[in-house]
Design a binder for this molecule. Structure first.
Ligand code: NAG
Length: 366
């Protein structure tokens, strides 16, 4: 049996019976016990853990490690149920990250460097007209989005967000989609924040997309993914070869906290580098995420590739559209590697740190 569906079944029981006690902070535990009884709960946790291990090929070296992971897994099941209650238009459940504590998850799979504000000297994107924007738009339909990649156990999200934006910009400039090297950024980009000199891009320990654009501008460009492949570690030396540059930055700028401007820049300039709070993404399975509450503390870099509204009927916000976001956790996460999050309230900070990049038009030989 597909554990997603069995979990969904539990969730739907929880939801059906829980609204009265949702205010109780430990409400879902109480309800689960009422629904299935304590013995069943334990058996069902074991069952879900077995399915999880086989689906994601997990094995643990020792009994201690196994028991430790099982206890984290159980608390993540409770967290997924809580997320489901707080975010009813998405589906939350077991993911490949269900045996990681929130701290491990942040350290290994996110990687946006903490910062207090955007650099005041960052170029601001010019204000664009917004009257003729399409109601739905998806750069995947226009060939500007490379296949979903996987950052592995390395806090290098920022490099994937930056390459994704430059891949799109380069496509607009050249009409060719070329996958670009995150490893070059991980190994070679140590660009520091102009305002916080001790805060620099540092491989698997995090970085910022704007600093990555600054590095790329100074270095001359990025190599192809295939010429400088991803290893998921930052222990290697920089192997940048200037003669193999595949795409170059012309300029980059930050977009104001205005969803119409974000949409207009997306349609005109290609996919955008955005930051987000990823707490709901650890348990996200599909649908449009629109949590009642979500921290705006940014901890993850991703790529905004489109927006839409079809098939989304939220309870609270009628016909509000959503953003379509490309993540870097492989195709087995989320909706084939993508995430949908509702527009309208700067949910999880998704509108607060958005940058656009333009690529140098490299004249192709005719
Ligand atoms: C950025 O570069 C592109 C491509 O060269 C150019 O068309 C655009 O005007 C530039 N934008 C800014 C704000 O300088």
């Amino acid at each position: 049996m597909d554990h997603r569906f069995s979990l969904l079944f539990v969730f739907s029981l929880v939801i059906a019976t829980s609204f009265a006690s949702a205010a109780d902070s430990d409400g879902d535990d109480v309800i689960i016990r009422q629904v299935v009884g304590e013995d069943h709960q334990l058996n069902s946790d074991h069952h879900h853990f077995s399915l999880f291990k086989s689906k994601f090929g997990k094995s643990y070296a020792t009994k201690e490690e196994h028991d430790h992971r099982f206890s984290i897994f159980k608390s993540n099941l409770r967290r997924a149920r809580r997320h489901q209650q707080l975010d009813p238009t998405a589906v939350h459940g077991v993911t490949q990250f269900s045996d990681l504590s929130p701290a491990e998850f942040r350290q290994k799979h996110l990687g946006l460097r903490r910062r207090l504000k955007l650099p005041s000297d960052a170029n601001k994107a010019p204000i664009l007209p917004t009257n003729d924007l399409p109601t739905d738009f998806d750069w995947r339909d226009h060939g500007a989005v490379a296949p979903v990649k996987n950052q592995g156990s390395c806090g290098s999200c920022w490099s994937f967000s930056a390459t994704g934006a430059l891949e799109g910009a380069n496509f607009l400039a050249t009409r060719k989609l070329v996958s670009l090297s995150e490893q070059q950024l991980v190994d070679c980009d140590h660009e520091c924040d102009p305002e916080e000199a001790d805060s620099c891009d540092s491989g698997c320990n995090g970085g910022l997309m704007n600093s990555a654009f600054e590095y790329t501008l100074k270095a001359g460009g990025l190599m192809r993914e295939e010429d400088y492949p991803y290893t998921g570690t930052d222990r290697g030396t920089c192997k940048f070869d200037k003669t193999k540059i595949a795409a170059s930055v012309a300029n980059f700028s930050v977009i104001s906290l205005d969803e119409d401007q974000i949409a207009a820049n997306l349609v005109k300039n290609g996919p955008l580098a955005v930051a987000i709070n990823a707490v709901y993404m650890q348990t996200y399975v599909g649908g449009v995420s629109c949590p009642y509450i979500c921290s705006k503390r940014l901890d993850h870099g991703v790529l905004l590739v489109g927006y839409g509204s079809a098939g989304y009927a939220p309870i609270r916000m009628k016909e509000k559209p959503y953003w379509i976001i490309k993540n870097s956790w492989g195709e087995n996460w989320g909706e084939n590697g993508f995430y949908k999050i509702c527009q309208g309230r700067n949910i999880c900070g998704v509108d607060s740190m958005v940058s656009t990049v333009a690529a140098v038009h490299i004249a192709s030989s005719h």
